[in-house]
Design a protein around this ligand. Structure first.
Ligand code: ZN
Length: 143
């Protein structure tokens, strides 16, 4: 399979892991980088897997949902009270799990659906790498 990849660097947002016994339970932020790898059933008329110039909807999704947001896990017991008390301080975004692994799975699903819709199911996501700052990253690739 031939693939191509695009990088969306330095997107700041916060998160926390409510069950963590250490400092990851505290709300904290990272500059996140998303490296998206695309595959396709056949190349387009230009010989591209995807046309990088036609992916503005992915950048817009990140801007709308994650840029300067606070990502909460669905089961975070402090989420509702925090958002009720300080609605002006949060751009909340809720996903099943707020770890980097959870972010990778969630964004993979969202991006895969968008890419399939915009390409008539010709192209799709193969892998998503999510970097927390510059030291740690996770990679999600469906089995
Ligand atoms: Zn973190």
């Amino acid at each position: 399979m031939i693939t191509c990849s695009k990088v969306y660097p330095d997107i700041p947002f916060a998160h926390r892991q409510p069950k963590h016994r250490g400092h990851c339970a505290l709300i904290h932020g990272h500059n996140w980088t998303f490296t998206v790898t695309f595959g396709c059933s056949k190349l387009d008329e230009n010989g591209f897997v995807v046309d990088f110039g036609d992916l503005k909807y992915l950048k817009q999704w990140l801007a709308d949902h994650l840029d300067h947001a606070c990502v909460f896990a669905e089961g975070d017991p402090e989420k509702d009270a925090l958002l009720a008390a300080f609605p002006h301080l949060f751009k909340p975004y809720v996903m099943a799990c707020a770890s980097a692994e959870g972010v990778a799975r969630h964004v993979f699903a969202a991006f895969d659906a968008l890419v399939r819709r915009h390409t008539g199911d010709r192209a799709f996501l193969v892998e998503l790498r999510v970097d927390e700052d510059h030291k740690n990253f996770v990679t999600y690739r469906p089995a």
